[in-house]
Ligand binder design. Structure first.
Ligand code: V47
Length: 377
């Protein structure tokens, strides 16, 4: 493993040296790794880095996803989840009671939820007070549950509707119980590509600024990259390096989640050569390169919903250390053709982690390990 002559033959000697000595990789190194013919050699470097950070641990969380609406003003071309209007087929808008009843049902199945993950489309008229009431209601039901909600894109949208700053929106939501934000909406930061796939969405600088504002308030956040569509390797590396730069400044990203583009029901059509079976290797390689470039972000998630239940555990050998969680209901990926289940049980997650050669560790939303007593198995 990591044989120096072999890495020299691949032209990866200096990258290997940097990884072994814990030095930061340059953007050019990232590109070299994307072009390296041996994906497993790239994966072995990422595995080395992952094991130095987390050993053989693989994390999971007992959570419930809630999408409060799919009505959205943004019109992103890749998104199969969104609807323009409430009266369109397939559109939905949940009430606070709907959300509470879904959470109660989830609790009955899982025994003890550790995280609620709440996101939705940018609804044209739902105001900030409703979101404050929603968080307050969930907190009243279970004061100890971690509320992970709203991407920077939703925060920008709430601020525009209220005519207030994004920092003030974050302060109000934090007061209502928000402790963490998911990483969606980052898509791909390159401005030209963003104009093609998500022209109306908050731009890269806004997404990064709001993440930084959240960090300044002590709200930790995640970050993502939507890949496997029209982007180039250069644009992937640029995206990862901009996340790394933001993290150098504000330090609050906990986990990076690479999201492979799922093509069904999407207006974004890909050329044939982009959608073949080689996508699996590309997904593993992207996870590995992310692990190696994002030296200041502690966790990399292999999100089983989008990667699939077979590839996600494989990704634990390519730099990922987390599988996300029980989830129970997922719509964004499934409306785009995800072949994965709606949810996984605690037993399923622990089994697949063990069978893949790792030690399962149940965590909370902010990645603190839960001991069995806390986890109320
Ligand atoms: O922002 C939308 C992506 C994201 C498609 O922070 C698609 O822990 C693939 O961000 N194919 C939402 N991806 C999901 C997300 C997420 C998921 C799990 C955990 C966390 C976390 C965050 O899904 C969107 C967009 O980038 N998306 N459509 C699609 N067709």
């Amino acid at each position: 493993m990591l044989d120096s002559a072999y890495y020299a033959a691949l032209g990866l000697s200096s990258i290997r040296e940097k990884v072994l000595s814990g030095q930061r990789l340059d953007p050019e190194d990232g590109l070299t790794l994307f072009h390296c013919p041996d994906c497993t050699a790239v994966g072995a470097l990422a595995m080395h880095d992952r094991c130095r950070r987390h050993g053989q641990q693989a994390f999971y969380v007992v959570n419930r996803q809630i999408n409060y609406t799919n009505v959205c003003v943004n019109g992103c071309t890749f998104c199969a989840f969104r609807r323009d209007r409430e009266d369109e087929a397939g559109a939905f808008v949940l009430s606070i009671d709907d959300i509470l009843s879904r959470l109660r049902q989830a609790e009955a199945t899982c025994r003890h939820l550790d995280e609620v993950h709440i996101v939705g489309g940018c609804h044209p008229s739902r105001r900030l007070a409703w979101f404050e009431d929603m968080l307050t209601a969930v907190r009243a039901w279970r004061p100890d549950i971690a509320l992970k909600a709203f991407t920077p894109v939703e925060i920008a949208h709430f601020a525009a509707l209220e005519g207030i700053s994004t920092l003030d929106v974050l302060k109000r939501l934090q007061k209502a119980g928000l402790v963490m934000m998911p990483g969606g909406g980052a898509e791909i930061f390159d401005a030209t590509l963003r104009r093609q796939i998500c022209p109306a969405k908050a731009d890269a600088d806004t997404w990064l600024r709001i993440s930084g504002e959240a960090h300044s308030l002590g709200i930790v956040t995640n970050c993502t990259m939507l890949f496997g569509h029209l982007e180039t390797f250069e644009q992937r590396v640029d995206h990862l390096c901009r996340l790394r730069e933001q993290q150098d400044k504000s330090g609050g990203f906990t986990c990076f989640i690479p999201l492979p583009f799922l093509t069904e029901n999407s207006r974004l059509k890909l050329p044939e050569d982009k959608i073949g079976p080689q996508r699996g290797l590309d997904q593993l390689r992207t996870i590995a390169v992310a692990r190696l470039l994002l030296d200041n972000i502690p966790h990399i998630k292999a999100y089983w919903v989008m990667l699939g239940q077979k590839l996600a555990p494989t990704a634990l050998w390519y730099g990922a250390d987390d599988l996300d969680g029980t989830i129970i209901e997922e719509r964004i990926g499934h409306m785009a053709g995800a072949g994965s289940a709606q949810g996984m049980t605690i037993a399923d997650l622990e089994h697949v982690i063990r069978a893949s050669g790792f030690t399962p560790v149940r965590r909370n939303a902010t990645f603190s390990k839960l001991n069995p007593a806390e986890a109320l198995q």
